[in-house]
Write a protein that binds this ligand. Structure first.
Ligand SMILES: O=C(O)CCC(=O)C(=O)O
Ligand SMILES: [Fe+2]
Length: 280
């Protein structure tokens, strides 16, 4: 007999994927924020020289830490996942010099997207800013290497549930009512595997509850995802992926003997009709 938790039919939400080579543009970013594009993959979006320098700066960074929150990986920066606002913002503040050091003397390409989007939204009467609290301000990005040892480097999850963990004292929790855009830059990628897999499913609060993932959105089981179609973004160093983080997504396994899989990640979305917040 089927397990009660996975016996109901998961709603299929169609994916709208766009893949091309070039430079990311503001219209596409807005399309993701509006829910018109689920996954945007820009190939060769930033230079290999910048990618290599970021990778070298990550490897030698004194702020590089092992994650201890149940998600296997190494990181520089702060993750709000499973943290209250004061802990998250204090950690972000502390990690700032190390995040800056990831870019060294480079023009920071993540900051470039932030600045471009900020200018555009400003002209529409919408403010874009880093999320903040009395303890400090979010960083523009965090740098991460996943180290899962099962089927996935990073288990299937959504990026919305985690906004509800810290309660309402955190201003980013309001974004959970809207689209949470996840912006990823890939400075180093293995030859095989490490795909960003997006499932055709955007879990509701009730879906998450049925899986016991109300405030984490991590990890969705193989049984739960089994009937759902998915699409893999095959990423290379220098690529950018921008996805609707409300859809279940994860990272396929890559060989340990291959190159490091390094990403720079951040999230943004509407907290109010005239306010877009950005955090990590
Ligand atoms: O590593 C990736 O490609 C995806 C990262 C991700 O989903 C996350 O940080 O929430
Ligand atoms: Fe994610």
């Amino acid at each position: 007999m089927l397990n009660k938790e996975v016996s109901k039919v998961q709603a299929i939400s169609p994916l709208s994927i766009k893949e091309r080579t070039g430079t990311i543009n503001i219209a596409e970013i807005i399309s993701v924020l509006k829910g018109e594009i689920t996954g945007l993959h820009i190939k060769q979006a930033f230079s290999i020289e910048a990618a290599d320098e970021i990778t070298a700066n990550f490897t030698g960074n004194p702020g590089l830490k092992e994650r201890t929150d149940g998600v296997p990986g190494q990181y520089i920066g702060a993750s709000h996942y499973r943290k209250d606002a004061s802990t998250y913002f204090a950690e972000a503040q502390e990690a700032r010099p190390f995040v800056d050091a990831v870019f060294g003397n480079l023009l920071d390409p993540v900051r470039g997207v932030f600045d471009g989007l900020k200018r555009h939204l400003h002209s529409q009467g919408i403010e874009l800013r880093l999320a903040q609290s009395e303890q400090g301000q979010a960083n523009v990005c965090r740098a991460l290497c996943w180290s899962g040892t099962g089927t996935y480097d990073l288990e299937p999850h959504d990026d919305v549930a985690q906004l509800l963990y810290g309660g309402n004292d955190c201003e980013i929790s309001a974004v959970a009512n809207n689209i949470v855009a996840a912006l990823n830059f890939y400075p180093s990628m293995p030859k095989e595997g490490g795909n960003l897999r997006i499932w055709s499913h955007k879990p509701t609060v009730a879906d998450r509850k049925s899986q016991g993932l109300e405030t984490t959105g991590y990890p969705y089981s193989t049984a739960y995802l089994e009937p759902i179609p998915f699409y893999d973004l095959h990423l290379k160093a220098g690529d950018i992926a921008l996805i609707d983080g409300g859809y279940v997504h994860g990272v396929t396994r890559h060989s340990i003997n291959d190159k490091r899989r390094l990403l720079l990640n951040c999230f943004f979305g509407f907290a109010q009709p005239d306010l877009v917040l950005w955090w990590t």
